[in-house]
Structure formats: C-alpha cells, structure tokens
Design a protein around this ligand. Structure first.
Ligand SMILES: [Zn+2]
Length: 276
C-alpha cells in the first residue's frame, strides 16, 4: 500500500466505526434482553440482575409528564438486502452506468459523447484505476457525472472477509473523496455478487447498492450492433444500463454509445442519474 493511502483509509475506518457504533446502540435498545448475549447474566450476580430486571424501571412508575426517557442516537442507515436494479419515479428516464474505469483509452471518448448530448451518467470506479487516473476522475466529477465505488481491485466480494470488504470499499471511497472532495453515495459489487457484509458495510459508509436492469455484456465484445440492439430492446422508464469503460478492449462500447445515446434521446428518454 502506498503511504498516501494510509491516512485516508484511517478516515473511513473511523467513519465506519461511528456508523457501526450507532447501529450497535440501536441494536441494544431493540434486542430482547433474554436473548442478547451482551446482557445474559452469569452466576449469582447474574440472578440478582435478572431479578432486578423483572421489576419495572423506575421511570415507568412515574407519570409520563415531567420525565423524559433516555434518548438514543438515531437509527443507522437502512441496510438493504437487495440492490437497486432499476429506479422508480424518474419518469421517462434511464440511467447509463459505466464500470471498472477510468481508463485513459476509453473513458475520455465516453465523456465526450455524454458531453456532446448534455447527458449525465454514473461511473463505478475501481480505486486502483482512480488512483492511477486522477485527472480523469476529476473530469468525471467536474462534468456532473455520479462517481460510484466499485471496490479497489475488483474482487469477488462474496469470497472476502468482513475486513477485506471494509478495505476494498473503504480505500476506494477514500481515494474518490481525496480526488473529488466528496465520498461516493453509491457502490456496485463486481460481477453483481452481493452479500450481507457488503450491504452492511456499504450502508455504514453511507452508500446505496446499485445493480442494473440491462446488461449489455459489452465485455464479451459481441459487436457494436449487438450492444446497440441490447440497449434499445431493454430501454424503458427507470431502466439502468450496464456497460464498461475499462477492463479490456472497450472500443465497441464507445462506438455503441455514440449510436444508442442519440437514438434514446430521439425516443424521448431523458438520461439521468439518481438524486441522493
Ligand atoms: Zn466491474
């Protein structure tokens, strides 16, 4: 690990610890005392504690006026069990997403096409690519696109330990924040392989999970015509399109965007990014 990442990572770990701390506090409030290991009494002292616990708490014996029960910290962000696969309530609009970049060979062309049509999209960046192509990350953000987190090294998240997920997502959020001034609000699991760890850790880092509706399978290099056809056949309100601007030869993805983007606009679609 390069030394310039140590400090930022520490920042995210602290942020994460704060989030998990809030979740733990809420968990204790709602947990059944009889089943919560943290409160299970042991030995004689435990029996006394159990007896005490069966009595009503003092404040419950008093009238509600004049006494305020202890206040607890607000709940942690919602932890989802599924990613967003499409968006609702965005009208006749679609979302274009580009994964694995930024790549100096392809991302500038994608950005040029989006700018030509005054369209905003989402870019799910790999931290190591972002770190190596900082000017491109700045350009993506400066041109109004949404920068998302796609892990640092593009691993199969379901094979990672919890600490591994924290490292992959945390380093990436940190480098994005370092470059753009804002931590990402969305993340996408490589290969679409989601699990509970990543939902929980993503939520604690302030990110929502975004999957997709239409997979162009552009990484299989199926031909520009096929990519264009897949996007147009899958088009619909709220549809999220997955393409790639890195990770291999993406010249077909670049060429396809030049064709399907004006066609979608002609069909009356707005291309947008989610507001958060
Ligand atoms: Zn990917």
């Amino acid at each position: 690990m390069k030394s310039d990442h140590r400090l930022p990572l520490r920042r995210t770990v602290l942020r994460l610890a704060t989030g998990l701390g809030a979740a733990t506090a809420v968990g204790l409030v709602v947990a059944d005392p009889g089943t919560s290991p943290a409160r299970r009494p042991a030995g004689a002292a435990g029996s006394q504690a159990a007896a005490l616990r069966t009595r009503p708490l003092a404040y419950r014996l008093r009238p509600m006026t004049g006494h305020t029960p202890p206040r607890y910290r607000p709940a942690a962000p919602p932890v989802r069990t599924r990613p967003f696969e499409q968006l609702t309530d965005i009208g006749h609009a679609m979302v274009l997403t580009f994964d694995d970049g930024p790549d100096p060979l392809y991302t500038p062309h994608i950005l040029d096409t989006l700018r030509k049509h005054d369209v905003r999209a989402m870019f799910f960046l790999c931290g190591e690519m972002a770190n190596d192509n900082r000017d491109l990350v700045r350009r993506i953000a400066d041109e109004g696109h949404t920068v998302g987190n796609h892990t640092w090294t593009h691993p199969l998240v379901t094979k990672l330990s919890r600490a591994g997920v924290i490292e992959e997502l945390g380093r990436t959020s940190d480098v994005i924040e370092e470059i753009t001034g804002a931590a990402p609000l969305w993340y996408r699991a490589p290969y679409g392989a989601w699990n509970r760890n990543s939902f929980e850790i993503g939520a604690a880092m302030g990110m929502e999970p975004m999957a997709w509706t239409v997979d162009t399978l552009d990484w299989t290099v199926p031909g520009t015509d096929t990519i264009v056809r897949r996007v147009r056949r899958g088009a619909g309100p709220g549809v999220v399109v997955l393409s790639h601007d890195a990770g291999g030869n993406r010249s077909q993805s670049v060429a396809a965007l030049r064709r399907y983007l004006p066609q979608l606009l002609d069909d009356g679609y707005r291309l947008t990014v989610p507001r958060r």
